[in-house]
Design a protein around this ligand. Structure first.
Ligand code: PRP
Ligand code: URA
Length: 208
């Protein structure tokens, strides 16, 4: 199963802080962006490169650049916004495709409400970002949109993932790789990840 649990000490340390119920909104926000940067680093490790020639201080020399069209980052609103700057810090030229999905808290069904995708998706890698992969409904709805728009290469970056969400994504899209700081234990009866982070959107936006 293409799921990558990134167990770097910096990630484990920051995630431990994020799990603390007494962490301030400011610190939770900062950590979410920092962990997003670290996941981005891992998720882009194998990007294809192409050679080109540059003028260096001592004349012409061979260099390398990332091949192909610019990546699109796909934050799932609202909580995905909490990881966006962390990704853009490392990939400043990325194009942003915003997707709005709200999970109905009673039925746990994902309800799409916004789709603002960039063009030429058939030639771009899409990096979906969302702090939480719980039932997988929001992630699947987003991948559905991207695939329908012609995107052929999708990776998902989530702070915390539940086994149920990972399995749901794998069952429909076995080609989509998931990068996460932690695979947690399970979902509770309300569809919250245990131990998880609580309601990530509320903690990021201070709407608790
Ligand atoms: C949360 C979270 C994911 C989704 C995960 O968003 O950010 O998008 O739930 O749950 P799922 O895997 O069961 O679909 P929510 O819908 O609460 O909206 P928000 O981002 O506006 O807080
Ligand atoms: N959404 C969240 O914000 N947290 C969870 O644990 C599950 C869904």
């Amino acid at each position: 199963m293409p799921v990558h649990e990134i167990s770097h000490p910096l990630i484990r340390h920051k995630l431990g802080l994020m799990r603390r119920a007494d962490l301030s909104t400011k610190n939770f926000r900062e950590m979410a962006q920092e962990v997003a940067s670290l996941l981005t680093y891992e998720a882009t490790k194998d990007l294809p490169m192409e050679p080109y020639t540059i003028q260096g201080w001592c004349g012409e020399l061979a260099a390398e650049k990332i091949a192909g069209k610019k990546i699109t980052v796909v934050p799932i609103l609202r909580a995905g916004i909490g990881m966006l700057d962390g990704v853009l810090n490392l990939i400043p030229g990325a194009r942003v495709s915003a997707v709005g999905i709200a999970r109905n808290e009673k039925t746990l069904q994902a309800q799409p409400y916004l789709e603002k995708l960039v063009g030429q998706l058939d030639q771009r890698l899409a990096l979906i970002i969302d702090p939480m992969l719980a039932t997988g409904g929001s992630m699947l709805a987003t991948i559905d949109m991207l695939k329908k728009a012609g995107c052929r290469s999708v990776r998902a970056l989530v702070l915390v993932a539940a086994p149920q969400g990972i399995e749901a994504v794998f069952a429909r899209y076995p080609d989509v790789h998931i990068y996460t700081a932690s695979i947690d234990s399970h979902l509770n009866e309300n569809g919250y990840i245990i131990p998880g982070l609580g309601d990530a959107g509320d903690r990021l936006f201070g709407t608790r």
